[in-house]
Design a protein around this ligand. Structure first.
Ligand SMILES: C[S@@+](CC[C@H](N)C(=O)[O-])C[C@H]1O[C@@H](n2cnc3c(N)ncnc32)[C@H](O)[C@@H]1O
Length: 353
């Protein structure tokens, strides 16, 4: 195709897919880290990275064109200044973040399906990779290193509220539904020593959570199970915690999760809905881009508390306590509608067993 003016060139440049993929492949293969040891030829690097020498050679030459690598006359490659932050030990490293096999990188690669999202309103990951994002990174062992490297090591998104604002004194057993790598449950059990708990998540994260719980010295009070919250959940817990879960699911799927929690909780148990609200301020730089990105990656990045109440109602639950909220986090305690006391909606105390 021949460009006949700057607009054409700009559009072609904007639509380019090979450049971002080359950078993300370089990041995934840790080329900048390997080349930090010494200059290497394509053959040496192919051996080091277990890649196809011919294709890697083409990638390396293109990375030189982009100014990320440099090459000498003997065909040996080094990292150029621009490529330095791809090194994992760089103080502002973006190597893991940009990796095609990283957690964030994988979300970005799913955006190839943006057209599907625009047509249907659904997130695009499953349309591109055949299954939803969480399912993919939890069932493919290739993502375990990324889950280890990028997983939360500290509670985030005002999760302090869950630990501090809820009255845990009347609960003994908590199931952290979609509890990820166990960070929140570990903090919760450390701060409330009478509590026992279990992380329920898909296989890769459940395994990581179990190991981290043991490393935290909490094996006697906690553990992790691999299961889906779309299947019936284990019974016998006082509190079924849903922290930052529903944003990834449309109303129908969210109601299914809430119903499963309610069924397992039974009349005495409670569902603690601690949802996260991801809002892009209109004044934020790149606000339109960010909103598009969020909506294409997760169906409901932000529901209002009233919308959450309504979801609960449709799942056969009523609010028994509303906690304090922050701009990014809210807290609602829910119980099966038919078993909640008539005046519980106005109660300010958690009403679990
Ligand atoms: C946004 S993260 C929230 C993690 C954690 N609760 C927190 O507050 O940081 C969503 C979690 O739901 C888990 N998840 C996704 N689909 C799931 C399913 N079908 N069953 C169980 N867990 C699932 C993911 O693996 C991930 O850990």
């Amino acid at each position: 195709m021949s460009g006949n003016g700057s607009s054409v060139e700009i559009l072609l440049d904007m639509a380019d897919l090979i450049r971002p993929n080359a950078v993300r492949a370089a990041a995934a293969l840790k080329l900048a880290d390997h080349l930090a040891d010494r200059p290497m030829t394509a053959g040496e690097l192919a051996e080091r990275t277990g890649t196809h020498e011919g294709m890697l050679g083409r990638l390396l030459r293109y990375l030189v064109d982009l100014g990320i690598l440099a090459a000498d006359d003997a065909g040996r490659y080094t990292v150029a200044e621009l490529g330095e932050p791809l090194r994992r030990d760089h103080p502002q490293s973006v190597g893991q973040y940009l990796s095609a096999e990283g957690l964030f990188g994988r979300i970005e690669l799913g955006l190839v399906g943006l057209l599907h999202s625009v047509r249907t309103g659904e997130p695009c990951h499953a349309a591109v990779f055949g299954r939803d994002y969480w399912d993919e990174i939890n069932n493919d062992p290739a993502f375990v290193p990324a889950l280890e490297a990028e997983g939360n090591q500290r509670i985030a998104w005002d999760a302090e509220l869950i630990i501090e604002a809820y009255d845990w004194s009347r609960a003994r057993r908590v199931l952290d539904v979609g509890g990820n790598n166990g960070t929140l449950l570990i903090e919760l059990l450390t701060r409330h020593p009478h509590l026992h708990g279990t992380v329920l998540d898909l296989p890769n994260l459940a395994r990581i959570a179990q190991r981290r719980i043991e490393e935290a010295g909490l094996a006697e009070r906690a553990g992790a199970v691999a299961a889906s919250f779309f299947d019936p959940l284990p019974t016998g817990y006082d509190v079924y915690l849903l922290s930052g879960i529903l944003g990834d699911w449309n109303d129908e799927r969210s109601i299914a999760i809430l119903r499963n929690c309610a069924e397992a909780a039974g009349p005495e148990g409670r569902v603690l809905l601690a949802d996260i609200h991801l809002q892009v301020p209109a004044s934020a730089p790149n606000a339109a881009r960010l909103e598009l990105f969020l909506a294409a990656s997760m169906p409901r990045p932000s529901r209002t508390v009233d919308e959450l109440r309504e979801l609960g109602r449709r799942a056969g639950l009523r609010v028994t306590w509303e906690g304090p909220s922050t701009p990014v986090r809210s807290l609602l305690e829910l119980a099966p509608a038919e078993t909640a006391p008539a005046d519980a909606g106005a109660a300010r105390e958690p009403a679990h067993a």
